[in-house]
Design a protein. Structure first.
Lengths: 254, 417
């Protein structure tokens, strides 16, 4: 190329160089599969070898469907997805329909937060590649940093689903997204923090059934009630606190 | 030397009775362990030692002297003290071992072993005394005499022994067959009170086990450890692995996790390690870059073992679908080596609530439905429901149903995450 200036060459040769609002180029990424989200994220995808925090006050906004394309792609590549302490029971038929590979899905059930984080770190420091999903309620900064380092060392994708209270905490995670319920356009994804850049404008990502929201099949008047899945106000506010009890093959819930 | 004489010489001497059966068992285990260096191992029934054929694997392990040094080092680590020597014939090797000699060729046996006093020879004591009375002092004195003279004086056994020693006559021996199971017991010199301190003696036993496994080209999937206490019921530990292995480091990681969580009811006096079944080992192909699906499978299995060791057996599982129309029965956990069959249902939520939760439908906006599910008349958990996709005031998409049977009412059953 003849029209390349010295500056262009310099920029290409040193990916660490901070380039203001431009995306940082050093970080390897994995496309999210959502064009609108990709467009907003630095590097155009999930940071590989880094922890991404998904802060989501209420479940059911489409927080998992945000990951489905990536998880499906990982399954295709023969990579494993480790799910540490899912808050509810993953529905196989639904996950399978979203393209996930159930053969390479590992469920880990622990007894408390401490074990959960330990399992998380173990999962992050095993093998190369793959992904880890976890739902830590509370996680101290140094602990999160350790997870971040483990993810970095083993080229993992790590997603932590965090309660709304996490917004007030500082975090060493490479990317922090806040998910908010939107309208018919879907779910609003706000970038709280990303590496080397100022957070971009929020993106709208179609949720699971946002199409229905536009033309409701049936509308009922609904009162402004408390969130039905949240625990009583005295206890933990976040519904994640509840751990479903299932462990053995035969132990189904009734 | 009688015990009384020994006690007279050394004050405070500790006398331990020789345990011949323990000795025999140790030799059996060591023979299995030696099998990793040679396919021809022999336990001579008449003396406490092992014969290992080292010449055939010279290109693999080096000269017998090198192999000997290596085995001595490794046996030392297992807690045994070995005297090792080599020679072209078993009888000569036996003598060489006591002297620490390595005799390379048949022709040098005579020269190297000649100066040995007769008491070193593997002969009956009375016969040696008789020979010494006749003025023989060293082996070379005997070798100088023609065989016929020896036969006349000492019977046919002596020239036969000398012929086998020098390699004039063949000396075939029954070969050791590696066992189908492994069992090793260790009496601890001092009682162990802390579970972490068990790591060291157990490591020794595991290394011994892995040596035996390498020898027999086998692997283990389960290892049982019994900890014997002075005045309490034995503690049992079972190390279960996802796939057969003979890697002691892998067994150690699992063991370490288990010991961390082990509460000892009483101090440990002895340890018994057992591998009930030795499985055929298949190494699989090793690739230069560890990033094939098989490698990942292996890594995940090891992860599962680590997690299970600390969190319990039920902590790690896979997920599988079950063919049942009722969502609550359409899933199960599965072992990692089980296949996972599943049907795809697109308009179903990613999460199921462990227990359907009663709800007031007035608080929700119904977006789509109904989907009728009516099933289960055959197993007594008959149900008839209409499922709807609903949204609550916070914008959460939920899966709710209206039940007609068995109880009427509205329930939340899933979350479209």
């Amino acid at each position: 190329m003849t029209d390349k200036t010295a500056i262009d060459r310099l920029l290409e040769a040193t990916p660490q160089l901070w380039k203001g609002r431009q995306s940082s180029r050093g970080q390897p990424v994995v496309p999210t599969g959502h064009a609108r989200l990709d467009a907003r994220l630095p590097g155009k995808g999930w940071p590989l070898g880094a922890v991404t925090e998904l802060i989501c006050g209420n479940p059911g906004l489409g927080e998992l469907s945000l990951l489905f394309p990536t998880l499906a792609a990982l399954g295709e590549q023969g990579q494993w997805v480790v799910v540490v302490d899912p808050p509810w029971i993953p529905y196989p038929a639904s996950l399978y329909a979203q393209g996930l590979c159930l053969e390479r899905l590992l469920l880990v059930r622990t007894h408390d937060d401490k074990e959960s984080l330990w399992a998380c770190e173990q999962a992050l420091s095993c093998s190369r590649g793959g992904a880890v999903l976890a739902w830590p309620q509370r996680i101290a900064f140094p602990r999160l940093r350790r997870l971040q380092l483990a993810a970095e060392a083993h080229a993992k994708l790590a997603w932590l689903f965090r309660p709304a209270s996490a917004l007030e905490e500082a975090s060493p995670a490479a990317l922090r997204l806040q998910l908010e319920a939107g309208d018919h356009r879907g779910m609003r994804v706000r970038v709280i923090k990303c590496r080397g850049n100022l957070p971009p404008e929020p993106a709208w990502v179609p949720g699971p059934f946002s199409v229905y929201a536009k033309q409701p099949y049936q509308t009922r008047e609904h009162a402004l009630a408390r969130h039905p899945l949240s625990a009583p106000a005295t206890g933990p506010v976040y519904p994640w606190a509840e751990r479903p009890e299932y462990s053995g093959c035969d132990q189904r819930y009734h | 030397m009688p015990v009384t004489a020994a006690l007279g010489i050394l004050d405070g001497l500790q006398v331990v009775e020789r345990d011949r059966s323990a000795e025999h068992q140790a030799l059996q285990r060591l023979a299995a362990w030696c099998y990793q260096y040679s396919s021809q191992v022999c336990i001579p029934g008449d003396r406490p030692g092992l014969f290992v054929e080292a010449g055939a694997s010279e290109r693999l392990f080096g000269r017998p002297a090198d192999l000997g040094a290596r085995m001595e080092r490794e046996l030392n680590r297992l807690g045994y003290h070995a005297m090792i020597g080599s020679a072209p014939t078993p009888e000569a090797a036996w003598l060489a071992a006591h002297e620490g000699l390595h005799i390379a060729g048949k022709e040098t046996i005579r020269r190297q072993l000649g100066p040995l006093p007769l008491t070193r020879l593997y002969l009956e004591h009375t016969r040696i005394v008789a020979m010494e009375r006749m003025g023989f002092r060293q082996l070379r004195d005997l070798l100088r005499l023609p065989p016929r003279t020896l036969t006349r004086r000492f019977g046919p056994a002596l020239p036969d022994y000398l012929d086998r020693l020098l390699g004039v006559r063949a000396d075939p021996r029954a070969l050791f067959q590696p066992p189908e199971t492994f069992s090793s017991r260790l009496e601890l010199p001092a009682e162990i009170h802390v579970s972490q301190a068990l790591l060291f003696p157990l490591k020794r036993l595991l290394e011994e086990l892995c040596g035996v496994l390498r020898g027999g080209d086998t692997a283990v999937q389960t290892v049982c450890i019994t900890l014997g206490h002075e005045d309490a019921e034995d503690s049992r530990l079972e190390l279960g692995l996802q796939s057969p292995t003979r890697d002691s480091a892998r067994l150690m990681t699992v063991l370490r996790e288990r010991l961390e969580r082990l509460r000892l009811p009483a101090p440990v006096r002895d340890i018994h390690l057992r591998a009930p079944r030795l499985l055929k080992f298949s190494a699989g192909q090793q690739t230069l870059f560890r990033d094939t699906p098989a490698d990942r499978q292996q890594d995940i299995e090891q992860l599962a073992e680590r997690l299970q060791a600390r969190l319990g057996r039920g902590a790690v599982s896979g997920l599988a679908g079950v063919e049942d129309h009722r969502p609550e029965y359409s899933w199960r956990t599965r072992a990692l080596d089980e296949p996972s069959r599943c049907i795809a249902l697109a308009h179903r939520p990613a999460w199921l609530l462990p227990k359907p939760r009663r709800c007031a439908i007035e608080n929700y906006e119904i977006l789509a439905g109904p989907e009728r599910i009516e099933s289960g008349w055959w197993d007594g958990r008959d149900c008839r429901r209409d499922y709807f996709i609903v949204r609550d005031v916070h914008g959460s998409m939920l899966w709710a149903y209206r039940e007609y049977k068995p109880r009427r009412g509205w329930y939340l059953h899933g979350i479209f995450a």
